[in-house]
Write a protein that binds this ligand. Structure first.
Ligand code: PMP
Length: 427
């Protein structure tokens, strides 16, 4: 496989950009080798700058549920671009996308658009703190909510450890306000809420963890957290940046029947352009400026180009049979991967909810960060490289999700399973 042009670009990027990349996991450090520079995408495929083609399961880390450069999205963006890309004044497309979010996400009565998932979660916790007059935040081990200081916490162990900063530059005093509990443990959540409930502004978690591999919630976990937070007047923030519009038309909250106070969104909501959003009960959202005192703003927030990409992408997901087709392809892939691993005698544990899934290199089960951390990451890295060599592009880390889009055909999935079988054999 020729990768000379990618190598040249990386050499120059390393001189100009820290680590050569604008977001760390892209650098391939977890899997070895050097990153590929991508030049083009169409449907389920991407091409690198050396002309190699890959079946893509990264989907830009989730937004591209309808595949790359969908003709309808491209045309919509061309039309909108010609009318001006940003005004910094209200535009009709903002109202349309807000209406769409409120229609589709049951718990959301009002929504504010921002420019990334990180902005969405930081704004949501500010709102929770402002509204409750409390400072503490409870986050869940292994959940990722963007690079917000208060949420960038190294996974601690055990119950509600007072967190240590996950990065230099995050003050101890900031993370001292964050309590960490393990995923899928209602006992741990109950203990922390009972002990300190009256000081806690919010609990934030991913309904399906997607940043420590993919870990579905155990039965009753989300409903239990909802009940415990309600009892203590704690704001429950469901981070649906990844799961929103992916696992169900109405997000994970529709799938599991959960009614959070606030929801954060991103990825698919922007259809591949930079968009995030936070929304929820009107009584909370009305406390955001200018209606209320809690400040949050953005030069490019709600710009017409990003709104249009989101609207068109969501419209595609409303075509008849969209989620059913996605479910069928995703199930086909998950079944095939599990069978191929079994055949090759490679110990793996497979998780999937709709069009997000993970192959954990462990004999599992994986229900929390401790389980995920036991995986054989070296073996994952070798599998990743063996797949890449065969034209299959999956996430360059064990602790990420594999995303299926509506552009993946049965033939793409068959080819992927075939390549994966060989890659397992090589391991
Ligand atoms: N929340 C979740 C659940 C995410 O998966 C991510 C990004 N992967 C974020 C928040 C942060 O979003 P962004 O990268 O757009 O800032």
């Amino acid at each position: 496989m020729k990768t000379q042009r990618s190598a040249e670009l990386m050499d120059e990027a390393l001189r100009l950009i820290p680590g050569g990349v604008n977001s760390p996991v892209r650098a391939f450090q977890a899997v070895g080798g050097r990153p590929l520079f991508l030049a083009r995408g169409a449907g389920a495929h991407v091409w690198d700058v050396d002309g190699n083609r890959y079946i893509d399961y990264l989907g830009s880390w989730g937004p591209l549920i309808a595949g790359h450069a969908h003709a309808r999205v491209v045309q919509a963006l061309q039309e909108t671009t010609a009318q001006g890309t940003s005004f910094g004044a209200p535009c009709e497309l903002e109202v349309q996308l807000a209406r769409k979010v409120v229609e589709r996400v049951a718990s959301v009565e009002k929504v504010r658009m921002v420019n990334s998932g990180t902005e969405a979660t930081l704004s949501a916790i500010r709102l929770a703190r402002g509204a409750t007059g409390r400072d503490l935040v409870v986050k869940v081990q292994g959940c990722y909510h963007g690079h917000v200081d208060a949420l960038l916490i190294q996974a601690g162990s055990g119950m509600a450890t007072l967190a240590i900063p996950g990065s230099p530059g995050v003050p101890e005093s900031v993370v001292a306000q964050t309590l960490v509990v393990p995923f899928n443990s209602l006992d741990a959540m109950e203990q922390v809420l009972e002990a300190r409930g009256q000081e806690i502004a919010c609990v934030i978690l991913e309904p399906i963890a997607g940043n420590m591999g993919v870990i579905p919630p155990v039965d009753g976990y989300l409903a239990g957290v909802r009940e415990l937070t309600s009892q203590q007047g704690v704001v429950f923030i469901l981070d649906e940046v990844m799961t929103g519009f992916r696992v169900h038309a109405g997000g994970a909250q529709a799938l599991y029947g959960i009614d959070p106070d606030l929801t954060t969104l991103g990825k698919i909501l922007g259809g591949g352009l930079p968009v995030g959003a936070y929304g929820g009960k009107a009584a909370l959202m009305d406390q955001v400026a200018p209606q209320g005192p809690i400040y949050q703003a953005g030069t490019l927030s709600g710009n017409p180009l990003a709104m249009r990409a989101g609207l068109e992408t969501l419209a595609l997901t409303e075509e008849p049979g969209f989620y059913e087709g996605l479910e069928e392809r995703s199930a086909q892939l998950a079944r095939g991967l599990a069978a191929a691993a079994r055949e090759a005698g490679v110990p793996t544990y497979h998780t999937r909810v709709g069009a997000m899934m993970c192959t954990f290199f462990t004999d599992g089960p994986v229900v929390d960060w401790d389980g995920a951390a036991r995986c054989d990451t070296a073996r994952y890295a070798a599998w990743f490289r063996a797949l890449l060599k065969r034209g299959i592009y999956v996430a360059p880390s064990q602790f990420e999700a594999l995303f299926v889009s509506s552009a993946h055909t049965e033939a793409d999935i068959d080819a992927t399973i075939e390549a994966a079988a060989q890659a397992f054999q090589e391991n």
